[in-house]
Design a binder for this molecule. Structure first.
Ligand code: SF4
Length: 448
C-alpha cells in the first residue's frame, strides 16, 4: 500500500510599504507567486521567506523601511528586499548584510528568483492553484489602483524617483483597459489611476493609436479616461502634473466619465522657489485655470501637495504660498517639510532652512488650510452626494464621497447604514461636518 503524505505548501510573507505604485508592484509579485502555487501569509511565523517591499521617498520612509527589514530578520530570518530603497542596495546591505537579495522597484524576476532559491514552487495543481482573473489585490474588493505607467521624464530637484524608476514608460492602453475591465467584472466600483506622472501618459509612445473592443483609443490620459468612463465604475485621477493638457479632462468630468476630482501636486507657489524646484513657475496662470475649471465643474475637488522649508525659502516666499492657498481655496491639501533625501539636487541649491523654521511654517500652513477646509466642509451640509461604502461596523457605515480618495482624504459616516455593505453606492444628505469628515443620512437615489 502506498500512503500519500500530505505535501506542505511553501509559504511566503509580504510586508508592503510605500505609495500606491509600490502596492501595485507587491500585487504583481503576489499574483505571480500565487499562480505558481505558493501560499501567501501575513505573519512571519511559518513563512519560508518574507519579502519586504520598501519605500525610499523621504528620510522617514527610509527609516521605516530599514525598521521593517530589521523586524522581518528578527522574526523570520529569511528576508528578500525589493522596492525603492532596494535601488540603493549598498544602504540596505550596510545595515543588514544578511538579507538574501536586494533589488529595486519592479524587479519582479529578481524577487521571484530569490523566492525560488529559498523554496521551490510546488508542483502545479490546477484544482487548487487558481488565481482570480483580476490577480491578487491588496486593496478591498470594491476599489483598485490601476497603474498606467512607470518612471518620470521630469527632473524636480527635490526628487530622486526618476533616478530610481527611470524615464516614463507607458503601459499599452489596451493592456490597461483589459485589466480595468477584469477589475470591474470582479466587483471593483472605483478605479484609481496612478503613475508618477499621469498627465504624461503616452508621451513616450507618441500617443500611439491602439484598438480596444474594436474602437480606436489614443494612448493618452484623455483617450484612456474616455474608455474607462464607459465601464460603470468611478474613475479617479491621481498624480496629475500641472501641464496644459489637464484642461482636456474637464469636459469629461462634465460628461461624468471621470470623477470631478484632480490630485495635482503643485509643491509651491512662489516663482523663484518653483524654478529652483524645476517645476512650472507661472502660478498666476495656474490660479486662473483653477478658476476657469471651477466655472465648468462647480463641484470640482482639487487636492494638492506642497513642500515648506525648501532650501533657501525666505519668509516672503513662504508668505506667497499662504496667499496662494487663500486665493486658490483648494479642497484637500497635504504638506511636507523639506527633507534632504540623499542624491537630490536640491540639497546643494542653497542653505537648509532650520528645522524649527520648517516646523513653524508647516504649522502656519496647516492652520491656514484647516480654516479653508472647515469652511468648505460646512458648505456641504444639506447637500446630497453619491457615496461608496468602505466598511460597516456597529456605529453604521463608513463611506467616501466622490471628493474623497481612499486613505488620503476624508470620510462620510452614515449612522443609519448598518444594513449596507462595502462596495454599495448610494445617496446621502449631509447633516454634519468637521474639518475633514462628513456625516450623512440615506436618501432616495433620485434625491438632489
Ligand atoms: S514629477 Fe513627480 S516623480 Fe517626476 S521628478 Fe517631479 S516629483 Fe519626482
Amino acid at each position: 500500500m502506498t500512503i500519500a503524505l500530505p505535501v506542505r505548501t511553501p509559504k511566503v510573507g509580504v510586508v508592503s510599504l510605500g505609495c500606491p505604485k509600490a502596492t501595485v508592484d507587491s500585487e504583481r509579485i503576489l499574483t505571480q507567486l500565487r499562480s505558481e502555487g505558493y501560499e501567501l501569509t501575513s505573519s512571519y511565523e511559518g513563512a519560508d521567506t518574507v519579502i519586504v517591499n520598501t519605500c525610499g521617498f523621504i528620510d522617514s520612509a527610509v527609516q521605516e523601511s530599514l525598521d521593517a527589514i530589521g523586524e522581518a530578520l528578527r522574526e523570520n530570518g529569511k528576508v528578500i528586499v525589493t522596492g525603492c530603497l532596494g535601488a540603493r542596495d549598498e544602504e540596505v546591505l550596510k545595515h543588514y548584510p544578511q538579507v538574501l537579495s536586494v533589488s529595486g522597484p519592479q524587479a519582479y524576476e529578481t524577487v521571484l528568483n530569490a523566492v525560488h532559491d529559498v523554496v521551490a514552487p510546488p508542483e502545479h495543481n490546477p484544482f487548487v492553484d487558481l488565481v482570480p482573473p483580476q490577480g491578487i489585490k491588496l486593496t478591498p474588493r470594491h476599489y483598485a489602483y490601476l497603474k498606467i505607467s512607470e518612471g518620470c521624464n521630469h527632473t524636480c530637484s527635490f526628487c530622486i524617483i526618476p533616478s530610481m524608476r527611470g524615464k516614463l514608460v507607458s503601459r499599452p492602453v489596451e493592456e490597461v483597459l483589459d485589466e480595468a475591465k477584469r477589475l470591474v467584472e470582479a466587483g471593483v466600483q472605483e478605479l484609481l489611476v496612478i503613475s508618477q506622472d499621469t498627465s504624461a501618459y503616452g508621451v513616450d509612445v507618441k500617443h500611439k493609436l491602439a484598438f480596444w473592443n474594436g474602437q480606436p483609443v489614443k494612448t493618452s490620459m484623455t483617450g484612456l479616461v474616455k474608455a474607462l468612463g464607459d465601464m460603470g465604475a468611478w474613475v479617479r485621477l491621481h498624480y496629475v502634473y500641472p501641464y496644459p493638457n489637464v484642461e482636456e479632462v474637464i469636459p469629461l468630468m462634465v460628461e461624468g466619465k471621470v470623477l470631478p476630482y484632480l490630485d495635482m501636486p503643485l509643491q509651491h507657489a512662489d516663482p523663484r522657489v518653483l524654478k529652483a524646484m524645476r517645476r512650472p513657475g507661472n502660478i498666476d496662470r495656474q490660479l486662473e485655470r483653477i478658476q476657469q475649471w471651477r466655472e465648468q465643474v462647480p463641484d470640482l475637488t482639487l487636492r494638492s501637495t506642497f513642500i515648506v522649508g525648501f532650501p533657501g525659502e525666505t519668509e516672503e516666499e513662504f508668505q506667497r504660498l499662504l496667499d496662494f492657498l487663500a486665493a486658490a481655496q483648494l479642497d484637500r491639501v497635504g504638506c511636507f517639510q523639506y527633507s534632504p533625501v540623499e542624491g537630490a539636487a536640491a540639497n546643494e541649491i542653497a542653505e537648509q532652512v532650520p528645522d524649527e523654521v520648517k516646523q513653524d511654517r508647516y504649522d502656519r500652513f496647516m492652520q491656514t488650510q484647516q480654516a479653508i477646509s472647515a469652511q468648505k466642509m460646512q458648505a456641504k451640509i444639506g447637500r446630497v452626494y453619491e457615496v461608496l461604502v468602505d466598511e460597516v461596523d456597529e456605529e453604521g457605515a463608513i463611506a467616501r464621497s466622490q471628493a474623497d480618495a481612499p486613505d488620503i482624504d476624508g470620510m462620510v459616516f452614515i449612522p443609519d447604514g448598518h444594513e449596507l455593505s462595502p462596495g454599495d453606492r448610494l445617496k446621502v444628505r449631509i447633516f454634519a461636518a468637521d474639518e475633514y469628515d462628513l456625516w450623512g443620512e440615506q436618501v432616495d437615489l433620485d434625491a438632489k
